[in-house]
Design a binder for this molecule. Structure first.
Ligand SMILES: Cc1cc2nc3c(=O)[nH]c(=O)nc-3n(C[C@H](O)[C@H](O)[C@H](O)COP(=O)(O)OP(=O)(O)OC[C@H]3O[C@@H](n4cnc5c(N)ncnc54)[C@H](O)[C@@H]3O)c2cc1C
Length: 494
């Protein structure tokens, strides 16, 4: 074997997954078609749950140290800002360009996981006990043998196509222009002061929305022309100028356009994220409009779900059925993203239908979304804070299946936060009788906090609570960690 796992694609998803595998001591190789990292930023924001997951691995602080990133404390949905503060996360959303996330992840992998740049996957074959990947550097082909292969190779995934995996859904028809701009002129300040995510409309049905990317650069999405322009047709600067003039008036002058592209409203998802020893993650498994800024976030969260499970399989600690839970848990999450982005495309009038009743629909929906329960629901969905997984054979508890919150814990050695205890990539058991143990590392004595009505909290490496009672502990341990008693990992409390 050349590696335990071949990861195809060094985008944010592939690199997050590779970092998770390396943390667990699994040998991964990343193959990436591009000779160097893209300088073009697609995603512009890291949502709270993604930030929490990075924090669970000690990566959030170092990522934030790479720039001065503007925060947001609400989800953006069809031009409405919807608070997610009721989910009690310590993390706000932050406008962090995808390029910064990728550069950061690549530095994390340096010296730990080889990234073979300029190597395109051109063949994949499954055998009884492994996979054989054929890669081309443009001149010659070579093979890589591994136990598993993960296709994190984006919307046009070669892995998906080479294995003939169906990608059902809706083809893209209407396109909008996305441009990173610097502007000047009398009305330029209006654009910069427009709240991020706020949709501005012209009388002829066009719309624009902007998000700050730092350093004076603004991500502008302009749509609603009603013209069905092919996604691959190049965007001209005049087209952007025309959109700016239509929406903001003629007093805005375009001075810089480092990135411009067209996005279409395709919405597709594979039925199963697993085919034998091959897994799909991120855009390779699901595509949709970037409304609400969810694609990179959901993909990174896919990687945090898959990484520890794949590592357990490679290390021979895999309980029956664990690898199948990757698809059964993550498929519904992206399915509802697709649902909400399709609904948003109607609300924003993505296609520029000019339906005169849409303003009424928007204001009606805005009233509904202002209701506390609706705000909680939508804010949880877009931020990823509400993700819930089934935990069979466990008595019900409000935290069961949800993310562990991150309050201060009092320990014999001072205050810690539970996320700090997940940094080694193992699970965590908080014992409310006064003891605390960690599944994989040395953890100080942790006292109970709050009154959660739980005897224990057993937490998976991805931060999801999988048992809340002593009685449920053996089933939780055996299902997620492959050990019935925990006797072999229990580190006694001091
Ligand atoms: C304009 C725009 C704005 C967006 N805004 C947001 C946002 O605000 N928030 C958000 O969360 N998401 C946003 N997204 C979506 C986000 O960019 C994607 O969801 C994200 O990039 C998916 O990451 P990935 O790693 O799955 O795939 P990618 O980033 O596409 O990475 C896949 C990698 O695989 C490589 N590859 C492909 N084929 C092969 C092969 N055969 N062999 C080897 N390597 C290969 C590619 O070169 C690429 O580097 C936006 C997208 C667009 C287009």
């Amino acid at each position: 074997m050349d590696a335990d796992v071949v990861v195809v694609g060094a985008g944010p998803v592939g690199m997050t997954l590779a970092a998770e595998l390396a943390l667990a001591g699994v040998r991964a190789i990343v193959v990436e078609a591009l000779p160097e990292r893209s300088k073009l930023s697609r995603a512009g924001g890291v949502h709270p749950r993604t930030a929490e997951m990075l924090d669970q691995r000690g990566l959030l602080g170092p990522l934030l140290a790479t720039g001065d990133y503007q925060e947001y404390d609400g989800a953006h949905l069809a031009g409405l800002t919807i608070s997610y503060t009721s989910w009690n996360s310590r993390e706000p959303g932050r406008f962090i360009p995808q390029t910064q996330v990728e550069a950061f992840l690549e530095r994390q992998l340096a010296g730990r996981v080889p990234i073979r740049r300029g190597h395109r996957l051109v063949g994949v074959e499954q055998t009884a006990d492994g996979v054989v990947a054929t890669v081309s550097d443009g001149e010659r082909e070579s093979t890589l043998r591994a136990l598993y292969l993960v296709g994190a190779d984006g919307a046009h995934s070669s892995v998906r196509k080479l294995l003939g995996i169906d990608f059902p859904g809706r083809a893209g028809t209407d396109t909008a222009v996305v441009g990173d701009v610097r502007v000047t002129g009398p009305r330029a300040g209006d654009i910069y002061h427009e709240p991020p995510g706020q949709v501005v409309r012209s009388e002829d049905g066009r719309w624009a929305v902007r998000f700050p990317l730092g350093d004076g650069l603004q991500r502008l999405v302009i749509g609603g022309t009603g013209a069905q322009v092919s996604r691959t047709e190049p965007v001209t600067a005049d087209e952007v100028r025309d959109g700016l003039a239509a929406v903001y008036g003629g007093d805005v002058e375009l001075v810089d356009l480092p990135y411009v592209t067209r996005i279409a409203d395709a919405a597709r998802q594979v039925r199963d994220y697993r085919l034998g020893r091959v897994f799909l993650a991120g855009d390779a498994a699901h595509v949709h409009l970037p409304l609400g800024g969810q694609g990179m976030n959901v993909g990174i969260q896919d990687a945090f779900n898959l990484g520890w499970k794949l590592a357990a399989a490679v290390l021979g600690r895999v309980p029956d059925g664990l690898l199948d839970t990757y698809s059964s848990e993550r498929h519904p999450v992206a399915a509802r993203v697709i649902r909400n982005t399709r609904a948003q495309s109607v609300l924003t009038d993505w296609a520029g239908t000019g339906n005169p009743d849409l303003p009424e629909l928007r204001s009606f929906v805005a009233d509904l979304f202002a209701l506390p329960d609706a705000t909680h629901f939508i804010g949880g969905m877009i931020s990823g804070l509400d993700v819930h997984y089934d935990m069979p054979d466990q008595p019900e508890h409000p935290l069961l299946g949800y993310r562990l919150p991150n309050p201060d814990l009092k320990t014999a050695d001072g205050t810690v936060r539970p996320y700090e205890l997940l940094r080694s990539g193992g699970g965590l058991l908080i014992d409310f009788s006064g003891d605390s143990v960690h599944l994989s590392a040395e953890v100080p004595y942790v006292r109970a906090y709050g009154d959660l009505g739980a005897d224990v909290l057993l937490v998976r490496p991805d931060g999801h609570v999988c048992a809340t009672t002593t009685d449920g502990l053996p089933a939780g341990l055996s299902r997620w960690f492959g050990t019935a008693t925990g006797a072999d990992w229990r580190i006694s409390a001091t």
